[in-house]
Design a binder for this molecule. Structure first.
Ligand code: ATP
Ligand code: MG
Length: 209
């Protein structure tokens, strides 16, 4: 082996050793934090912000839970133009779904009937939030009904706060009320960097709905 080759080999093994030391320290820190986090708790998650991915993430949580054999329920507070693909899949896997029968505000433009519809779905949501046999409840697009004052904030706060021990709840939608953000355990804000719609591309089946 030439001197140059030996030098290169030494440098590689020093690099490898340093990498291993760094990873070892990192692992130690992560292990310590995992050991310190010992509490089990029904979580309240909020997924808000203007970027794409909030409902996708909410349904991801439901899918994850169902995959573990947990019972889940979904209330969708806005009916889109299209039926979302997750419903077809999850309903077939025992997830109960409650979806608003009409469009919402910009489609119906009828405050009275929107409030009536919201209250119907909210009644089902409240029932799920009081049912200890349901492990995960997804309240998709709930935030708008609070901002539009179609639902009483206090009623929403109380139903979530008094849910059965161990039940997880996920709220999605833009502009989540400060009080819900404060009481949540985990809050993620999805930011929009760019969206295909702004380039004139219509909502794509399987991606957007
Ligand atoms: P998704 O259901 O895809 O996870 P989302 O729940 O984050 O999206 P919503 O505000 O509920 O977003 O809007 C639902 C629809 O609007 C989806 O078809 C989504 O692709 C589209 N959308 C989401 N964010 C944006 C955006 N920043 N610009 C344009 N369209 C968007
Ligand atoms: Mg959404």
């Amino acid at each position: 082996m030439s001197d140059k080759e030996t030098q290169t080999e030494d440098a590689t093994s020093t690099k490898q050793q340093k990498h291993q030391e760094r990873q070892q320290k990192l692992k130690q820190k992560v292990d310590e934090r995992i050991a310190a986090a010992s509490e089990d708790k029904g979580l309240f998650l909020v997924i808000t912000g203007n970027g794409k991915g909030k409902s996708t993430a909410g349904f991801g949580v439901v899918t994850r839970a169902v995959g573990h054999g947990y019972k889940a329920g979904v209330a969708q507070f806005i009916k889109g133009q299209w039926e979302c693909g997750e419903r077809n899949l999850l309903q077939n896997n025992g997830v109960e779904f409650h979806v608003m029968g009409t469009g919402f505000t910009w489609e119906t433009q009828n405050r009275e009937s929107d409030i009536e519809q919201s209250e119907l779905i909210w009644k089902e949501a409240k029932r799920m939030l009081a049912d200890p046999s349901i492990d995960v409840v997804l309240l998709d697009e709930l935030t708008y009904l609070v901002s539009y004052k179609y639902l009483e904030l206090d009623d929403v706060v109380n139903a979530i706060a008094n849910r059965p021990d161990g039940q997880h709840v996920v709220v999605t939608g833009r502009g989540c009320h400060r009080q819900l953000i404060e009481m949540a355990d985990t809050v993620s804000e999805v930011q929009s960097t760019k969206h295909a719609f702004d380039s004139g591309i219509k909502a794509q089946k399987g991606i957007d709905w």
